[in-house]
Design a protein. Structure first.
Length: 726
């Protein structure tokens, strides 16, 4: 009978949290002399601004469905990486008590997920291995694995989704083994299944679900009785767990057909490891990151388990060894035949690139193999082979050291750095082999050696790829803030013209035509790229722009507002003397498909401010050019809503220079009106003659239906948990 976690286990959990927190203390530190920030990149430019935007909206009691500031407008909640429905994002917004999300707090939240996943790994391995030292070994190996501490820290949704893998396996293990209190295990498995998706990285979610389903299948296959009940429990976990994710899931499924991902070619998707990079399994920092490295002691115990060949533990060896092989081949992408075959079998894989991310599968499986083989240290024959390998490698390293001394002294730093990188795994292997000689008395010493191994690699990886010794708020500071822009006049956009990258506009509330979005809308990208810039500005209401000093002046009267330094680039923020309007009333309309529309917009003979291009026919009787200009007044504006007062002598189409997307609805004097797609990507609302109040709101059916399904799933989860009997 397995005992519940006790005081000694709490000590291990504290040690895990303390070691991880210590390794990343510069990111937590408030001391200006010792604090560090994440290097400018995906963390600071893409994810932190979106997290800050969601944080601000949630604090105001609003669900951030739409982002009006990025790429002319974007369905924020439908982009799963925005984490609009992630409970951790909601909890942080609630606990911050009205304070904005700082870059340092977001870094702390990301690193806290490493502690979370290490704790989950400890719980899972504590149950499967029934040994505290083995569980601690697996938790250190996983929580500080080269995969988690590498690039994923720059892409927090990867860490957030992957953090729930051991929790999901822990819940499934207890549930499918028929442990006491099945309702608790069922709830844990269901919540972990949902949190994996809500974490925000669908590709990682796919890998996690693959591991979980393979594990569950092995658990059911090993049972002599009760397989049908176990299968029903697994189906319940999948259905209720997926039901909890219904709101973002349905919204994302609605978004995908409108994105550029559906047009990716095979070479764009098939990138992965090159064969030589697989050596990173035993050689950390062979490249900038070490995604396959889980520690030399882990690798030795995994090899010992695979080489054991005993009937005991055969099923886990087959499960984790087979998955490790599949994941390793998958991570090669187009370099191996597995990925092309999988794409033909599962077309959904065409939506994902960077196949090297599948390295998380062998990384987890190596840790699981090491823990499963914990009671079985290497056999004498394997130890003898390892001694020969380690001894021979040591002689090679000594020879390399002597050879380096014969080189030109200018080459010494580079060559010594390579030698030290090669010497580290040799030293760890030597130490592990010595400790295994005293097994099992030395098992906790082996845990300590592993913690030193993976912790040191994590520290060096942070120094090489993550850390800059600067103030985090200064590194993540937006280049433009609203106070730099003219305060008067109608709302207008800024065109940063690619000079200020990232999603900082959402963080501070400046509307831009650019941004860095995972699921960018294809019609808008084509419109911005293929339509002449002055027409884009005229239709979308641009009032200010960025310009480098060495660029030719643009043909619009403008005035300088502020000089900025963006990295090493000197740019100037300029504002037009007469900003373009975002709202137009059109009294001529044509219906074109997207290709014809884009050709017309490139044609100098076509006037887009006179004739609106619609995606479908909408008759408007009496439409003709008026003798008196129309009048438009913005009465109210919010990210998901707009209210205008319109007067027009003749019926016409109100064209709004914001991005069109399903879910936008309109009312004219309280009566529903269509929101047509104009110029392939903007909004148009038919308006009759006279004075009217026009209201637009973003109320996507996918989210409303998803929230209802999620609520139903949560109610069933609660009922299921309470009905579970010991």
């Amino acid at each position: 009978m397995r005992r519940p976690l006790g005081l000694a286990d709490s000590g291990v959990l504290l040690a895990l949290a303390g070691w991880i927190a210590l390794l990343y203390w510069p990111f937590w530190s408030g001391d200006p002399r010792a604090q560090a920030a994440f290097r400018p990149g995906d963390f600071t430019e893409h994810h932190y601004p979106f997290a800050a935007y969601a944080h601000r909206r949630l604090q105001a009691g609003q669900l951030p469905l739409w982002d009006p500031y990025t790429l002319g407008g974007h369905p924020f909640a439908a982009d799963i990486q925005a984490q609009a429905f992630y409970p951790v994002r909601w909890a942080v917004a609630f606990l911050s008590q009205g304070h904005p999300l700082s870059a340092r707090a977001y870094a702390a939240e990301t690193i806290a997920h490493l502690i979370l996943t290490a704790w989950g790994a400890y719980g899972f391995f504590r149950r499967t291995a029934r040994d505290r030292a083995a569980a601690a070994f697996g938790a250190f190996a996983w929580g500080l694995s080269g995969y988690l501490t590498g690039y994923p820290l720059q892409d927090p949704p990867i860490v957030a989704s992957l953090a729930w893998l051991p929790w999901l396996l822990w819940g499934l293990a207890g549930l499918l083994e028929g442990a006491p209190h099945p309702g608790r295990w069922r709830a844990l498995a269901i919540l972990a299944w949902a949190m994996t998706f809500l974490g925000g990285h669908t590709q990682t979610t796919l890998y996690v679900y693959l591991i979980a389903l393979a594990f569950a299948g092995a658990q059911l296959g090993a049972r002599q009785a009760g397989r049908a009940r176990g299968a029903r429990e697994l189906a319940r976990v999948i259905l209720l767990g997926t039901g909890l994710t219904a709101a973002p899931l349905l919204a994302t499924l609605e978004l995908i057909p409108w994105t550029e991902r559906t047009e990716w070619t095979f070479p764009q998707r098939a990138g992965g490891f090159e064969l030589w990079e697989l050596a990173g399994t035993f050689w950390p920092q062979l490249t900038l990151w070490s995604p396959l490295y889980v520690g030399i002691p882990t690798l030795l115990l995994a090899l010992a388990n695979l080489a054991a060949g005993t009937p005991e533990g055969q099923l886990p060896r087959i499960l984790w060894g087979g998955l490790a092989g599949v994941g390793g081949l998958w991570a090669l992408g187009g370099e191996a035949a597995l990925y092309p075959a999988l794409v033909r079998l599962l077309p959904v894989l065409e939506l994902f690139r960077n196949q090297e991310r599948a390295a998380l599968i062998p990384a987890w499986c190596l840790v699981a193999l090491a823990v499963e083989g914990w009671p079985r240290p290497p056999t004498e024959s394997l130890r003898r082979a390892l001694r020969w390998i380690i001894g021979g490698t040591g002689l090679l390293l000594l020879g390399a050291l002597l050879l380096i001394q014969a080189q030109d002294i200018s080459q010494w730093p580079r060559l010594h750095r390579l030698l030290s990188q090669a010497g580290w795994p040799w030293a760890m292997a030597t130490g592990a082999l010595l400790l295994l000689r005293g097994w099992p008395r030395t098992r906790w010493a082996l845990v300590a050696l592993l913690a030193l191994d993976v912790g040191s690699v994590a520290w060096r990886t942070a120094e090489a790829g993550h850390r800059v010794w600067q103030d985090p708020e200064a590194v993540a500071a937006p280049p433009i803030t609203p106070d730099m822009l003219p305060a008067s006049g109608p709302p207008y956009r800024v065109d940063t013209r690619g000079h200020a990258t990232g999603n900082w506009t959402a963080q501070v509330g400046v509307e831009d035509l650019h941004g860095s979005v995972t699921l960018a809308l294809r019609p808008f990208l084509r419109f911005r790229q293929q339509v002449p810039g002055e027409r884009v500005w005229a239709l979308m209401g641009v009032g200010c722009y960025l310009q480098r000093a060495d660029e030719p002046p643009l043909p619009f009267p403008s005035r300088p507002v502020r000089s900025l330094m963006l990295g090493e680039k000197a740019v100037e923020l300029r504002c037009l003397e007469v900003p373009f309007s975002r709202f137009h009333l059109m009294y001529e309309a044509v219906v074109f498909d997207d290709e014809t529309a884009l050709r017309a917009l490139r044609d100098a003979a076509f006037d887009p401010l006179r004739t609106v291009i619609l995606d479908r026919l909408w008759p408007l009787p009496g439409m003709s050019p008026p003798s008196t200009p129309p009048r438009l007044t913005v009465q109210a504006w919010a990210p998901e809503a707009l209210q205008l007062e319109v007067w027009t002598e003749k019926p016409g189409f109100l064209v709004i220079g914001d991005v069109w997307y399903p879910g936008w609805q309109a009312w004219v004097d309280g009566q529903p009106a269509p929101v047509l797609r104009a110029y392939t990507t903007l909004r148009a609302v038919p308006v009759p003659a006279g004075a009217h109040v026009v209201i637009l709101r973003y109320e996507p059916l996918s989210v409303r239906l998803g929230l209802a399904l999620s609520g139903l799933s949560f109610a069933l989860l609660c009922l299921s948990a309470f009905r579970g009997r010991p």
